[in-house]
Design a binder for this molecule. Structure first.
Ligand code: G4P
Length: 285
């Protein structure tokens, strides 16, 4: 997991770096975690990207709820943001990135053809908060392992273009933005999925949030994974955490029990899930 600690100075630098890189590209690949299509975005990107074409990429789709992947893609499309879901770890759908970039830039490419400019590569950059899979996607697209040096706000290095398909070139250093810390609920979601450093949150907060979420949406998964009874599921979240701590044989070590629950959620041991509910945003809209 990323080791970046975000201070106001880092944020300003990261913003400036992303701004500078935007001038170099035809399209931005905005990478989010499919389990958190909204909470893993950084709204600052909307401000700085302006009219630059963009493709939303819901990565880690293998860990997210399949129906909600489709619902989120539809939601973004309704908001004029073309979106796709991919699983870059297992190389599923990654080739769609180049195809979609061609579709989004079709008018520009047609204008270039009219002027006799042919085979000009589409230049792109991956941008997103830490741990959403920017480096994995980059490596998949360029079909080799690129050592991503300088992948840190404030560290500058010479930019290089990497061939990432017949018509696509990628900037070798992804743009990194900071996660949103202000809303405690967003913080818990980011913690649970591993998007923020373990030292930045209390494990029991994230674990209690996980228990509440699974009790509400997938109680049967909790029951199965942790051998719970129907009665156990009626306990309050804190009492359930106490019960699990005992069941794990950890006496009163809630911290370790919480860490175990968090790890299970991160590794998909409780099945696929999406923490951001599209229905809530649609109602809000
Ligand atoms: P970043 O550059 O945006 O910071 O993310 P990076 O590619 O390093 O990926 C972060 C973690 O997410 C890695 O796990 C990576 O294997 C995993 N990952 C990336 N894409 C996918 C995907 O589509 N599906 C799944 N299931 N996992 C994906 P890691 O090396 O184990 O790191 P960590 O979890 O220990 O931080």
């Amino acid at each position: 997991m990323s080791t970046i600690q975000w201070y106001p100075g880092h944020m300003a630098k990261a913003k400036k770096q992303v701004q500078e890189k935007l001038h170099l590209v035809d399209i931005v690949l905005e990478i989010v975690d499919a389990r958190l299509p909204l909470s893993s975005r950084n709204p600052i990107l909307d401000q700085i990207i302006q009219q630059k074409p963009r493709l939303m990429i819901l990565n880690k789709a293998d860990l997210a709820d399949a129906a909600l992947n489709a619902a989120w893609i539809a939601y973004f499309k309704q908001h004029d943001l073309p979106a796709i879901s991919i699983d870059s770890q297992h190389n599923h759908n990654v080739q769609q990135i180049e195809k979609q970039a061609q579709v989004i830039l079709a008018d520009k490419i047609a204008r270039q053809h009219e002027k006799g400019i042919k085979n000009k590569p589409i230049r792109a950059i991956c941008i997103g908060i830490p741990n959403v899979g920017k480096s994995t996607i980059l490596n998949r697209l360029v079909k080799r392992n690129v050592a991503i040096t300088g992948n840190h706000p404030g560290v500058t290095k010479k930019q290089q273009w990497l061939k990432a398909g017949k018509s696509l070139e990628l900037l070798d250093t992804p743009g990194i933005l900071w996660p949103k810390f202000e809303d405690p609920l967003v913080g818990k979601k980011l913690a649970l999925t591993g998007a923020i450093k373990d030292s930045l949150y209390h494990a029991d907060d994230a674990a209690l949030y996980a228990l509440a979420f699974f009790k509400q949406y997938f109680p049967e998964r909790l029951q199965k994974r942790y051998h719970l009874t129907e009665q156990d599921l009626t306990l309050t979240d804190s009492d359930l955490l106490l019960k699990l701590t005992t069941n794990f044989g950890l006496r009163a070590d809630y911290e370790r029990a919480s860490e175990r629950i968090i790890l299970d959620c991160r590794k998909g041991k409780l099945g696929r899930y999406t923490l951001d509910q599209v229905s809530e945003v649609v109602t809000h809209d």
